[in-house]
Design a binder for this molecule. Structure first.
Ligand code: PHE
Length: 338
């Protein structure tokens, strides 16, 4: 029996020593310690060992079992270490980490932020209003007669209820003056909607920024100074700005504003960037009628208003040829602003 135990132990340790993967190790463990394993079987022989030898044989079996268990554990650790080393081979932990790719603001957001920043410095506060408007705030209060082409079904999105998607942010001027007596100095950036055919320069949803300043003695000089300063801040301090007479129902006199653009490799040219004018007294009259007071009496106050397309400013600033690029979210386009 003793020799047998010694032989089994020697054989087991030899087999474990040559097990070179976890599969071989597991097979060896089953062959030695499993239900029908060599050590299990010989242990069963204890029954037949004469009483006086039991202690000694039992001792031997224990020693063999401990030696074998220890050999299995150390082999396991050895195989695991080898597997870990293999997994790490080829990885250079001293290499610098891969750069994270950053997102960036959309060009329209960039231009809106800049425009707001410049106008806030001049004391304009942000104002807001609904995109689903009624005819009063979008047209009537803005002195726009019922037969004006802008009110046409072909130009404006109407709901069955008679409400409409605002065609300009000028409606925010009206809402602000309804709620607040002069002085009023606000800007209203936001979406506007027109039933335009979509092409390289038109979208049916675009982004406007509108401004209004009403107080005692606001003059055309204030309007010109404010907007010249604004466009020089936006396009560079040397930018030439000109005011061309125009017509808007809600301002009198009215102007369109052009800036002279010097694009690389091209002859300088005038580009239209905004509409503006002195608030028409008829608009003040409509507000006072609605407010039932005379806060905006044309004898007391004057004002100027202006409105521009932010999409257009972005196109001019970055030489973007097609307005649709601004809504397509093509990463190759957007990346250029990162
Ligand atoms: N509301 C005009 C437009 O959408 C712009 C404008 C605003 C013109 C204020 C004059 C004064 O075209």
């Amino acid at each position: 029996m003793k020799e047998k135990i010694d032989a089994i132990q020697a054989e087991a340790l030899a087999r474990l020593a040559t097990a070179d993967d976890t599969r071989a190790l597991e097979d060896a463990r089953v062959a030695i310690l499993g239900k029908k394993g060599s050590l299990t079987e010989i242990s069963a022989g204890m029954r037949d060992v004469p009483k006086e030898q039991k202690a000694e044989i039992g001792q031997l079996l224990n020693t063999a079992r401990n030696a074998i268990t220890a050999a299995i554990e150390s082999k396991q650790a050895e195989l695991q270490a080898a597997a870990d080393a293999k997994a790490l081979a080829g990885i250079d932990l001293t290499l610098p980490a891969r750069a994270l790719s950053h997102g960036s603001l959309h060009p329209l957001t960039l231009i809106r932020h800049q425009a707001i920043e410049v106008l806030r410095r001049m004391g304009f506060a942000l104002a807001d209003g609904p995109e689903i408007e009624d005819e009063f705030h979008c047209f009537d209060a803005l002195n726009t007669p019922a037969d004006h082409p802008a009110r046409n079904e072909k130009d404006t999105f109407y709901f069955d209820s008679g409400k409409l998607l605002r065609t300009h942010t000028s409606s925010v001027q009206i809402r602000t003056m309804e709620a607040q007596a002069p002085p009023v100095r606000i800007i209203a950036p936001g979406s506007a909607y027109r039933r335009d055919e979509i092409d390289a320069t038109h979208l049916s949803v675009f982004n406007q920024l509108e401004g209004l300043y009403v107080d005692r003695d606001v003059s055309l000089g204030d309007l010109k100074g404010t907007l010249e300063y604004f466009f020089r801040e936006m396009f560079g301090s040397e930018t030439e700005v000109r005011f061309r007479p125009h017509f808007f129902p809600f301002t009198e006199p009215s102007f369109e504003i052009d800036v002279k653009l010097h694009a690389k490799g091209q002859a300088p040219k005038w580009i239209e960037v905004a509409g503006c004018g002195m608030v028409d007294p008829a608009v003040f009259a409509a507000i006072d009628a609605k407010r039932s007071d005379s806060s905006f009496s044309p004898d007391q106050v004057t004002g100027f208003a202006f409105g521009m397309g932010l999409d257009r400013l972005a196109m001019i600033r970055w030489g973007i040829k097609d307005i649709r690029l601004l809504i397509e979210n093509d990463i190759r386009f957007l990346k250029q602003f990162a």
